[in-house]
Design a protein around this ligand. Structure first.
Ligand code: C2O
Ligand code: CU
Length: 461
């Protein structure tokens, strides 16, 4: 196709020249903010952070790995701000490769979205770049590079935007980040991807239909393997808000807390009418917030890798007693579905002005994933400001694809989300209002599928 990423960079660079003086490091002193940002108004507070992307050695609780992290931590240190705060996040690139930071789920001004080459030039080794934006909406978000398969090396961290107006009503808050991990002997995601493309996925793994293409022998909760879990301590009867983030590159998880039901309160940052469930299924990139009232004892918080039959876990302790090492029965209980969830603030009902159908295509044999049969084609699907847009993801493959849209939150029937699992054979429709001009990525959040071509863009006219 004539529109490779490289060709696309040319057209976008021209488009951006007018507003950034051609230099992505120079920002207007008066920050232009996206519509969602300005709708919230600012608090006048500035939160400055520096993130250093660097080679590091990390102890996963047994396995010690040489990898890439933000500031040596896995997950990277959480950024926590209030809605309306101005975030100034300076990324210092000490990696031997280009990088970027994407603020997953936030509707930011386009040139702060961190998706090279479309929204900025990649940050070169030894260089730095300051992202500057007003945190527009409260919720559970996260950030990671938008450069190749780097997130699978451990470059990820939570971004929590607190709501000053929220009633709260809980005694503690825990952030739980799930991840799948390649083996500890220096396996490199780029080599894994090259191998998949050379030999096809079948030779490495059975076809599970669940997105399990890549051998990830370890599964982590907050950077720890199941044998050396993180422990959360609390008191019996405490109400806890848990913010779950699936930061894995290639694994959907089924999550449960033994002996408890969870009440789902938010999907991808946005409040829903509370619904009780025994377990959650989380695709890559998705977030759920839940409330739990804790019993007395020791409990296993377990994330089961769908289709891989391996687990990550943490321990919740409110009293004495042995920690159950068994698979919680709740994993086989009720799993909340998208259909049951209702956003507290849904989009108004309105007929779509434009429909873009995106067939998810490709297969394990060639390991060439695509959208509408085209691989890595960033020719944007066109929208105009003010339109109600409908995206239809039609999965023609045998694998799961968690599809993610940048710069917007969409309405998915009931809940509002920015990432949605599309199962084999399924068609999923999402609607949003085009209110944030720019060029926005649309892609599968399986890092290997995206890098092998299941990525396109949406462009405002
Ligand atoms: Cu979290 Cu375009 O990604
Ligand atoms: Cu995919």
């Amino acid at each position: 196709s004539p529109f490779t990423r490289r060709a696309f960079l040319g057209t976008v660079a021209l488009g951006l020249a007018g507003c950034t003086s051609g230099n992505p490091l120079i920002l207007p002193t008066d920050p232009l903010v996206s519509r969602t940002e300005s709708a919230r108004g600012g608090t006048g507070r500035t939160r400055a952070v520096t993130l250093t992307a660097t080679r590091s050695q990390v102890d996963l609780g047994g396995p010690v790995v040489d990898t890439w992290t933000y500031d040596g931590a896995l997950p990277g240190r959480e950024i926590r701000v209030g809605a309306g705060d101005l975030v100034e996040a300076r990324l210092v690139n000490r990696l031997p490769a280009d990088t970027s930071v994407h603020w997953h789920g936030l509707a930011l001004r386009n040139d702060m979205d961190g998706a090279p080459p479309v929204t900025q030039a990649a940050i070169k080794p030894g260089e730095d770049f300051t992202y500057r934006f007003v945190a527009p909406t409260p919720g559970t978000y996260w950030f990671h590079p938008h450069t190749g398969t780097q997130l699978d090396r451990g470059l990820y961290a939570p971004l929590i935007v607190e709501d000053p107006a929220e009633p709260g009503g809980y005694d503690a808050e825990w952030v739980i980040v799930l991840d799948d991990w390649l083996d500890g002997t220096g396996t490199d995601p780029d080599e894994v991807l090259a191998g998949l493309r050379r030999r096809g996925g079948h030779s490495m793994h059975g076809m599970t239909g669940l997105g399990g293409d890549v051998p990830h022998p370890h599964h982590l909760i907050n950077g720890r393997v199941a044998a050396a879990p993180v422990t959360f301590a609390a008191k019996p009867g405490h109400r806890v808000r848990i913010r779950f983030i699936n930061a894995a590159a290639d694994t959907a998880y089924r999550v449960a807390l033994s002996g408890h039901r969870m009440t789902v309160t938010h999907t991808d940052g946005f409040p829903v009418t509370p619904v009780d469930t025994d377990a959650l299924i989380m695709g890559m990139g998705e977030r759920y917030d839940v409330l739990v009232t804790l019993g007395d004892g020791a409990f296993g918080l377990v994330a089961l890798a769908e289709g891989k039959n391996a687990t990550a876990r943490a321990i919740v302790r409110t009293g004495s007693g042995a920690v159950p090492d068994v698979r919680p029965a709740e994993l086989d209980g009720k799993v909340v579905t998208y259909d049951e969830l209702r956003a507290v603030a849904p989009l108004s009902a309105r007929k779509p002005d434009v429909v873009h159908r995106m067939a998810l295509t490709g297969g394990m044999m060639s390991y060439e994933w695509g959208i509408n049969g085209r691989t890595g084609d960033l020719t944007p699907a066109r929208v105009r400001s003010g339109q109600r847009v409908r995206l239809e993801f039609a999965n023609t493959t045998m694998m799961w694809h968690p599809m993610h849209l940048h710069g917007h939150t969409f309405q998915l029937g009931g809940p509002r989300k920015d990432t949605v699992i599309v199962r084999p054979g399924q068609t999923v429709a999402c609607e949003f209002d085009a209110d944030n001009p720019g060029q926005w990525m649309v892609h599968c959040h399986n890092a290997y599928h995206a890098e092998a071509g299941m990525m396109t863009a949406l462009g405002y006219e």
